[in-house]
Structures are given as structure tokens and as C-alpha cells.
Design a protein around this ligand. Structure first.
Ligand SMILES: Nc1ncnc2c1ncn2[C@@H]1O[C@H](COP(=O)(O)OP(=O)(O)OP(=O)(O)O)[C@@H](O)[C@H]1O
Ligand SMILES: [Mg+2]
Length: 208
């Protein structure tokens, strides 16, 4: 039996550099000899990828707020059961590009359901398998990075109003303040390499 791996999630609003940093962090951990699974949400398992399609395409009216939150939670439950837990059990380190805190911030904080209600359905869905460490990347001009990249338009969630995205950002700060042992804010400004160093500093206790 190998020692259980560690579970790290990267969070933050649109275009703050999550996917860039997930890749850089995976490289850094592999250089330390760790076996790493990189995954992303919504998705990360066959069933969850099917639900991803339903969530990210179609009109804004396709899902009401509660159905949307439950679909994200259902996708995440499958992701944990089929991909994350088996990897952790086999000793792999798992890095997820978004996880439960995106639901808390988007569906809970910005979508009007409240952080607590969304935490409750997700705690059930993931059977309390919260990450060992969550890094929320913060950046004022994340929207500009995302717009420069997505010239042909953003998805059903990314395309919501500036006001929605401001509420997401505010909710991420509340989440970090409420759960300081698990959740850390990381400044995502400046060069990608500098951000990676800040991330490695933030997870140094896990690396000991
Ligand atoms: N430190 C950085 N400085 C400048 N540009 C960056 C930096 N990090 C990432 N980028 C660029 O900004 C854009 C958004 O980065 P990335 O896709 O990693 O963000 P994301 O948080 O995953 O976005 P999304 O929420 O849309 O998935 C990309 O074009 C990426 O190459
Ligand atoms: Mg991304």
C-alpha cells in the first residue's frame, strides 16, 4: 500500500491563470519525483464530462440556479468517486483546475443561493473529501486576459455580466477568510514563473 497522495485545487475567476499554473505546478511536483494527476472541473471523469457539456453550452435560461448548482455538485461527486479518490488512494498527488470553491463562489455567492446552501449539497456530493489545500488566484485584470484569449466568445458561465464576476471575486475572498487552514489567496499578477513560486511557497507545508 502506497501512502495516500495529496489533493490541491486551484481556483479563481476567469482568466486569472489557473490552467497555466496547474500545468506549472504539476511540472514542479513531478520534478520532485511525485506522481501527479492533473484534472479539471466541471468534468474530469466520463460522467462529469457529459454534465460539463450540459452546463457550459446553451442559453442562460437553460438551467435555473438550483438545477445548475445540483448539476455541478453531481458532476463533482462522479469526479471524486471515479477519478480523484482512486488516484489519491494509489499515492498520486491530484491537482484540480477548479473544484468545490468555484461552486461556492459562482452558484453560491454570485448566483444568489448563498455559500452555505451550496457548501451543504457539495459536502454531501463529495462525501466531505475537501482538498488538502486550495489556492485562490487573485487578479484585478483577469477578465482582460480571458477576453484576449477567447476572441470567439466565452462559455455559458464565463459570459455572464461584470457584476456577476465581481460577486464571484468577493465570494472567493469570503471563502478564504472562512477556511484559512485549507484555503490560501495567491497574488496572480506578474510573470507566470513568479506566480508559480508563490504557489510553491503557499503549499510548502504539504511538501515537507
Ligand atoms: N502570469 C501571466 N502573465 C500574462 N499572461 C498570462 C499569465 N498567466 C496566464 N496568462 C495568459 O492569460 C490567459 C488566461 O490564462 P489561463 O487560461 O491560464 O487562465 P484560467 O484562469 O485558466 O482561465 P479560465 O478561467 O478561462 O479557464 C492565457 O492566454 C494565458 O496564456
Ligand atoms: Mg482555465
Amino acid at each position: 500500500m502506497s501512502e495516500r497522495g495529496r489533493f490541491i485545487s486551484l481556483e479563481g475567476g476567469e482568466g486569472v491563470g489557473k490552467s497555466t499554473q496547474v500545468k506549472a505546478l504539476a511540472d514542479a511536483l513531478r520534478q520532485r519525483g511525485l506522481d501527479v494527476l492533473v484534472t479539471r472541473e466541471p468534468g474530469g471523469s466520463e460522467g462529469a464530462e457529459r454534465i460539463r457539456e450540459l452546463l457550459l453550452t446553451g442559453s442562460q435560461e437553460r438551467w435555473g440556479a438550483r438545477a445548475e448548482a445540483l448539476l455541478f455538485a453531481a458532476a463533482r461527486a462522479d469526479h471524486v468517486e471515479k477519478a480523484i479518490e482512486p488516484a489519491l488512494k494509489s499515492g498520486k498527488w491530484v491537482i484540480s483546475d477548479r473544484f468545490v470553491d468555484s461552486s461556492l463562489a459562482y452558484q453560491g455567492g454570485a448566483g444568489g443561493l448563498g455559500i452555505e446552501a451550496v457548501r451543504a449539497i457539495n459536502a454531501f456530493g463529495i462525501d466531505e473529501n475537501f482538498p488538502d489545500c486550495t489556492l485562490i488566484l487573485t487578479l484585478e485584470e483577469g477578465g482582460e486576459r480571458a477576453r484576449a484569449r477567447d476572441l470567439n466568445g466565452s462559455d455559458r458561465i464565463g459570459g455572464r455580466s461584470d457584476d456577476y464576476h465581481r460577486k464571484v471575486e468577493a465570494a472567493f475572498h469570503i471563502i478564504a477568510a472562512e477556511d484559512p487552514d485549507r484555503v490560501k489567496l495567491v497574488d496572480a499578477s506578474g510573470a507566470a514563473d513568479a506566480v508559480t513560486l508563490r504557489i510553491l511557497e503557499a503549499i510548502k507545508e504539504l511538501l515537507q
